[in-house]
Every structure is written in C-alpha cells, then in structure tokens.
Write a protein that binds this ligand. Structure first.
Ligand code: HEM
Ligand code: FES
Length: 349
C-alpha cells in the first residue's frame, strides 16, 4: 500500500514465493521435455522446446485461473493469491518464448514479415480441420502482453481500479483463444490423446471451480432483509463474530464487513480499494483491518488507511441491542468516522 503506487514492497515472503514458483516451472518443463524426448525421439530439440514452453504456459495459466476460486472456497489457498501477478508475468514470459520460437521456426524464412506470415500463411479460415491456429495464439499473446505490462500497481493507480480490473478480466478471453489455439492446432495435427485430455481436464477444473465459488458467493450475496428498527438491519449476535474478525452481510446489494475488536463493533465496506479483496475475510492487526489479499490496511471506525496512505472505504452505523448486532444499510462517505458500538457482555453489564 502506498501514497503513490508502490503497494507492496519487495520482501522475503515474495522472494520465497517467486523462487518456489520458478523452481516448480523449471521442474515441470524438465519432466515434460524429458518425457517427450523419450516417447517421441524423432522430434527435433526446437519442436521439443516449442511444445514444452507452450505446455508450461498453459498449465501455469490453468493454475493462475484456479487460485481465485480456490481461495474463495478455502482460506488456506490465500497465500497463493498474494503474488498471483508474478505468476502471470512468468506465464507471459513462457508464452512469449513459445510464440517467438514458433515464429522463428515456422515463419521467419519467407519474404513476408514473420508476424504477417502468422496471419496469412494459412487462409483456410472457413474450415474446421484446417483452421489456422497460430493467429489464436498471437491474439492471446497480445492480451497477455497488455496484462503483464500493466501488472504493476503504478498502472492500477493510473488506470483506476475499474479500468485495470476490466483489462485483467480479459484473461478469460486470452484463455479461450489459447484453448482454441491448441484445439485447432495440435489436437488435429498431432492427435495426442494425452494432450487432449490435459486440455479438457484443465478447462473442466477451471470451469467447475469458478462455478462452485460463484454459488458460494451467491449465497453470501443474498440480501439481508432482517430490518428491525429505524431502518437498522439485524446481522448476527455479538458472539457470532470472533474477536478481531468479521461477519459479512449483504445490505442494499453491497457486502458489509462487521468487525468485533476490543469490546467494540464497527462496520465497513467489504471491498478493498486495491483489487476488490474481501476485507471481511481479513483480521484486525495492530488496530487495523488487514486485507487478506495483499495487506492494505483500514481503521475499522473510519474506513481510512493509516497515514501516509490515502485509501478509504465506506463506513456504516452500528448498534448493539440485547446482544444482537444491527447495521444501517446506508453507507457513509468513504473515510467517515463512525462511533463503534460498545459490546455489553454479562461481565461488563
Ligand atoms: C505468437 C503466438 C503463438 C504462436 C505463433 C504459436 C505457435 C504454436 C505452434 C506452431 C504450435 C505447434 C507446435 C508443434 O506441434 O510442433 C503451438 C502449440 C502450442 N501452443 Fe502455441 N503459439 C503461440 C502462442 C501461444 C500461447 C500464448 C500459448 C499459451 C499460453 C500457447 C500454447 C500452446 C500449447 C499448449 C501448444 C501445444 C504444445 C504441445 O504440443 O505440447 N501458444 N503453438
Ligand atoms: S490489498 Fe490487494 S485487494 Fe486488498
């Protein structure tokens, strides 16, 4: 988090994450390359490299796309989300190397510009069995390039969160293009059953996990219509909120995180200003709500990040009546201080 754009400084945890990820990619590539060399000894090293890099990029993309829904379904996957953008850049690097090797290998010997050659060397776009598959890869690579180039918080800050988020949602367009690239190209040409099953398995896993996570979100997005008094809505009992943690409810279509800490209750928007992380799944550390995704912090009573940081989220009025927590659905402007409700327990009463 920062007053400008340096949200998360480089730290030992990030280095460890990157080293483990790089190590796993190298090990995966070595195994794929070795196995192919054994099973298909007639393949040249160029072809082996092109295939290994493509397979590594697609596998990593599958992993990246699974991390989001997995961490919505089980908090133990949250640490993977922390540095997901670095995985994205690694995946782009693999895809770029694969694309460049392919272009050099198949499109650089003619008189045409190699990029033009990718688009026009096969023009049987009207067929299924002969459909040119490389342009799908090229289009996907262009999207992945835009995403990798704008992955730094500098761009998030300058493009604004909604534009940045929309741009990065294009990963699903890129994923579809890559699946088409593989389906039209390799599956038809090579008829590799193993690759066909790998691609199907990847798509099915990504799709199923997204479906499961969406169903869970849908349940938590059910509007809380438990209106009690003066427009206040009953959320839960005080005891249902663990100390320094939150219960999330849906009020007027917005998710609200209701935190309990040091004998007080405060409610803030559940949506982190950084990348829409779920603040209600974070905890209060040193008096601040810490976003579980990348660690942005907000004071629970003001919804404002501690100085010198400037991020702010909306706050909500809270009451505690007979051990029940009531929240008013009308949000205050981001950063507005709201007096926390005091928790009156049997011992303090
Ligand atoms: C400029 C862009 C691209 C070009 C020109 C290109 C070209 C190719 C070519 C020629 C093949 C067939 C290799 C062979 O069977 O000998 C191939 C396969 C493949 N490509 Fe691409 N590609 C591009 C982008 C991508 C991207 C962005 C991805 C994924 C992130 C990708 C993933 C794959 C995969 C998984 C295979 C199958 C590898 C295998 O046979 O095991 N490609 N590509
Ligand atoms: S800190 Fe990144 S989404 Fe909250």
């Amino acid at each position: 988090m920062s007053t400008t754009y340096r949200s998360v400084a480089w730290n030992p945890q990030k280095r460890r994450y990157d080293l483990v990820a790089a190590g796993m990619i190298v090990a995966f590539a070595a195994v794929v390359l070795g196995l192919q060399a054994i099973v298909r000894p007639e393949l040249t090293i160029e072809t082996l490299l092109i295939r290994t890099l493509g397979a590594a990029a697609l596998t990593l993309l599958n992993v990246i796309l699974c991390i989001g829904p997995l961490s919505r379904l089980d908090r133990r996957f949250l640490p993977l989300l922390y540095n997901r953008r670095h995985l994205g850049v690694m995946m782009f690097t693999l895809a770029l190397a694969h694309g460049m090797f392919s272009i050099i290998q198949f499109h650089s010997a003619g008189i045409l510009n190699p990029l033009v050659s990718v688009l026009v060397s096969n023009h049987r776009y009207a067929t299924i069995s002969q459909m040119p598959f490389q342009p799908f890869g090229l289009a996907a690579l262009a999207i992945l390039f835009l995403m990798a180039a704008t992955s730094h918080d500098f761009w998030l800050h300058n493009l604004t969160a909604p534009v940045w988020k929309a741009l990065h949602m294009c990963v699903y367009v890129a994923y579809t293009l890559i699946v088409l690239h593989v389906v039209f190209g390799v599956l038809q040409g090579e008829v590799s059953l193993l690759l066909a099953w790998t691609v199907c398995g990847g798509v099915l896993t990504v799709f199923t996990l997204h479906l499961l996570a969406a169903r869970r979100e849908e349940r938590s997005d059910r509007e809380n219509r438990n209106v009690q008094m003066d427009g206040f809505v009953e959320v839960c009992s005080v005891d249902e909120i663990p100390e320094k943690r939150a219960v999330v409810t849906c009020l007027s279509g917005e998710r609200v995180a209701v935190f309990r800490y040091d004998g007080r209750i405060s409610a803030i928007s559940n949506v982190c200003q950084h990348q829409n992380g779920p603040l209600g799944e974070g905890r209060i550390v040193n008096g601040c709500v810490v976003c579980p995704w990348h660690g942005y912090e907000y004071a629970p009573d003001t919804g404002a990040s501690p100085p010198p940081f400037t991020e702010k989220v909306p706050t909500f009025d809270v009451r505690v009546v007979a051990g029940r927590v009531l929240v008013h659905p009308q949000p205050h402007a981001p950063g507005t201080r709201v007096e926390p409700a005091a928790v009156v327990t049997a011992r303090t009463a």
